[in-house]
Design a protein around this ligand. Structure first.
Ligand code: CA
Ligand code: CA
Length: 583
């Protein structure tokens, strides 16, 4: 704490010298630096990044709240997002200098007092009527840097606000919402650049990762994710992504999807950004023979230039909307006696992949859901799935192709909700779902701003007792050590702590805590609406706090099909809940 205070004083002094006559802000005028962001995982007094560290392990060293006392956890306060705009609240709070920043549905950003819950300010983006989010009007969180707080909006803008006042510092359009682009992921800041992806994979957009100067909003580099498209660096061409037409026929790469809609992670050790890419467009795979690079993949990108250093494609020639956007979390472990720099990803296709994060080489792949009808394992030599060809939806002849049953459903063995990695237990905690779908293909042609699927579907349950399952995965063996089953689909992020705890929320409205080693449920609290946000923890005034957003929504109630009966009675909402132990 002392270090930060001193840095702030020095920063404030420097600022007053540069901008002579400008009023000196009372507190922490400079705010988090690049170094602070990189050290977020080891600074328990704040939560500065989406993922609680650039590697997004969502692991806290704090252990004042532990498996023996978590049953006593009580609310410190709750803060309503108010208004009538209560849709899915998928946000992760950012906590800094006595303020909790959360984003809300319909592209809103709130600053609450971290001790009382009183609102300091609120920013409501003025959204056009014709925005085209596929899967609810959500936002997953903000990024903080210096005196700014930044977030993306549903009309595909990146906005930087003054974090003390909520006033706009800069606002840049990142893509054309009328062509189906939107943005919902939390951005990240690496080396003074705000880095983010785009959304719109169901509208034939082209996925990209971009980096802007965090202080001015000027574009530094842009890297499209679909082969054939040109990247840029400092306003100049910087090479085509992949090789034109190597894995795409004709002009389809121009509308090829590969949205980077979940954002990325960053590993300071290898200086690599990791971004997942979504489905190829259209869904109907018979229209686009080939692997369709770099869709449904993990990309390792140089943060300084936007050049792709390696790729690993989890679902080549995807035909099920198995977006590969899921977060790739760096971690270190010893495999076969060899210490390795690894990364793990629980993919929407139902497999948990461990890669060598220095080169993208596959180390292991293990099923983490009940069923994968589309493939029978992953070939460790080639890195490719062993496809079961009969279970790919058929080519449409006139109106509709052969319908097949596929599991996981297109909503995935795991969707957007982030898993957590415990440095204590060495386990990943995966919020997963067991469900399937009937899926068939239809003819389709690209039309700007229109859905570009060429497919139809109905989601179905595959188990009597659950859809959701929180699973503890050992990345060294691929074994699931415990699981907690939930009736409704799990749709919230996970947090793990050195107090031997795992926290996650349920659509039924509970924030729950589990023993990280055994999976025993130790505590739950009813928040009044479904929990689909990502919990965080920090230390303030000598006490450990836990916070989560409550507010049911997201893709499930929009696309849930026959599984909708598990959540039809859940009420909407929009509140930040903050907990601590009684004194
Ligand atoms: Ca921190
Ligand atoms: Ca998709």
């Amino acid at each position: 704490m002392k270090g930060r205070f001193m840095r702030s004083l020095c920063g404030a002094a420097a600022l007053s010298l540069v901008a002579a006559g400008a009023p000196l802000l009372a507190q922490n005028a400079t705010g988090p630096t690049d170094a602070d962001l990189m050290a977020d995982a080891s600074s328990p007094g704040d939560v500065l990044t989406y993922g609680m560290g650039p590697q997004a392990q969502r692991f806290s060293q704090l252990k004042q709240i532990d498996a023996s006392n978590v049953s006593k956890l009580v609310p410190a306060f709750a803060a309503s997002l108010g208004g009538e705009k209560q849709r899915g609240q998928e946000s992760q709070p950012i906590v800094y200098d006595g303020t909790i920043y959360v984003t809300g549905s319909y592209s809103r950003l709130f600053a609450f007092d971290a001790r009382t819950g009183e609102e300091k300010w609120e920013y409501d983006a003025r959204l056009p009527d014709a925005i085209m989010p596929c899967c609810d009007v959500v936002n997953r969180g903000a990024a903080i840097y210096g005196d700014k707080i930044l977030f993306a909006t549903l009309d595909a803008h990146m906005v930087a606000l003054n974090r003390h006042t909520g006033k706009v510092v800069w606002n840049k359009q990142i893509a054309d919402y009328q062509a189906g682009y939107s943005a919902t992921a939390a951005p990240m800041v690496v080396k003074g650049k705000v880095i983010y992806g785009n959304s719109g994979g169901e509208f034939g957009i082209t996925g990209a990762v971009e980096a802007r100067d965090v202080n001015t909003g000027e574009l530094i580099w842009r890297r499209p994710t679909i082969e054939g498209n040109m990247g840029t660096l400092n306003g100049k061409d910087n090479g085509i992504t992949g090789k034109t037409n190597a894995s795409w026929p004709g002009d389809l790469w121009k509308t090829g999807g590969g949205a980077t809609w979940l954002g990325g992670t960053y590993d300071p050790e290898t200086n690599l950004l990791f971004f997942g890419t979504g489905n190829p467009a259209p869904w109907n795979s018979h229209l686009r023979p080939g692997d369709n690079l770099y869709t449904s993949s993990t990309l390792a990108i140089d943060p300084d230039t936007g050049v792709i250093k390696w790729h690993y494609q989890t679902t080549p020639h995807d035909g099920w909307d198995f977006d590969g956007v899921n977060e790739f979390i760096p971690f270190d472990a010893t495999i076969n006696g060899k210490p390795m720099k690894l990364g793990a990803k629980a993919d929407r296709n139902g497999y948990f992949y461990v890669l060598d994060r220095t080169n993208g080489k596959l180390v292991s792949a293990s099923k983490f859901v009940m069923q994968t009808t589309w493939a029978n394992g992953i070939n460790l030599k080639t890195g490719r799935p062993n496809y079961i060809d009969a279970n790919r939806p058929g080519a449409p002849t006139t109106a509709k192709g052969t319908s097949v049953f596929a599991s996981p459903s297109f909503l995935g063995g795991k969707n957007w909700m982030p898993m957590a990695y415990s440095q204590d237990t060495g386990l990943f905690y995966i919020p997963s779902n067991d469900w399937g779908m009937d899926i068939w293909n239809e003819p389709i042609a690209y039309k700007k701003g229109a859905a570009y699927l060429g497919a139809g579907f109905t989601i179905k349950p595959i188990a009597d007792d659950h859809i959701g399952a929180l699973r503890a995965m050992d990345p060294k063996t691929g074994k699931i050590l415990w699981e907690y089953k939930n009736k409704a689909p799990l749709w919230g992020g996970v947090l793990t702590t050195a107090g031997n705890l795992v926290f996650t929320g349920t659509p039924e409205g509970y924030l729950k805590a589990f023993d990280a080693r055994t999976g025993q449920e130790l505590w739950k609290f009813q928040t009044g609406s479904g929990v689909v946000g990502s919990p965080v923890t920090w230390e303030q005034d000598g006490e450990q706090y836990v916070a989560v957003m409550s507010g049911w929504g997201g893709a499930v109630p929009l696309w849930g099909g026959e599984v909708a009966k598990t959540f039809k009675d859940i009420n909407q909402g929009g509140a930040l809940w903050v907990f601590k132990l009684p004194k």
